[in-house]
Design a protein around this ligand. Structure first.
Ligand code: SF4
Length: 143
């Protein structure tokens, strides 16, 4: 999920990293003044990261909340794997509902699709994104 565009649409690069990554088909762009590349990553495959030994510093440094919780011992491996499985299942169902040639923001406003998109976003925010990366920010105001 980290490398296929599910979690993030853009990976920031440090200055100079783009030179060595071009060999893996990673084409640098500028977005909001930052150098990086778009996900899904061309170096990624079912076998994992194709450029693991020279992957960008952003990829090396990223530790999702579930990995941190696992390393700290606040959740067990079973719970971490259950989070991954559930989120993959919801994202997979969502992908099957998006019509061919459409992207999610532009897809028809089918209620089931919108509901699954909300569930997927909540799962990704809650278990795999850091606070500043969360996409669903809803505040409840009590009158
Ligand atoms: S460079 Fe490797 S770790 Fe980074 S996004 Fe691409 S496949 Fe993932």
């Amino acid at each position: 999920m980290c490398c296929d565009g599910t979690l993030f649409g853009f990976v920031e690069l440090a200055s100079g990293e783009e030179v060595r990554l071009r060999a893996w088909g990673i084409e640098p762009i500028r977005q909001g003044g930052k150098l990086g590349f778009r996900q899904s990553c061309p170096a990624w495959s079912a076998a994992g990261c194709g450029c693991y030994g020279v992957r960008p510093a952003t990829c090396r440094a990223y530790r999702c909340p579930t990995l941190i919780a696992l390393e700290e011992g606040s959740i067990a491996a079973d719970e971490a794997m259950a989070r991954v499985r559930k989120t993959r299942q919801v994202v997979g169902e969502l992908r099957r509902l998006v019509p061919d040639g459409e992207t999610l923001p532009g897809a028809p406003a089918d209620p089931k699709l919108l509901l699954l998109a909300g569930v997927a976003s909540l799962l990704l925010d809650r278990f795999f994104r850091k606070d500043h990366q969360k996409q669903l920010q809803v505040e409840r105001h009590v009158a």
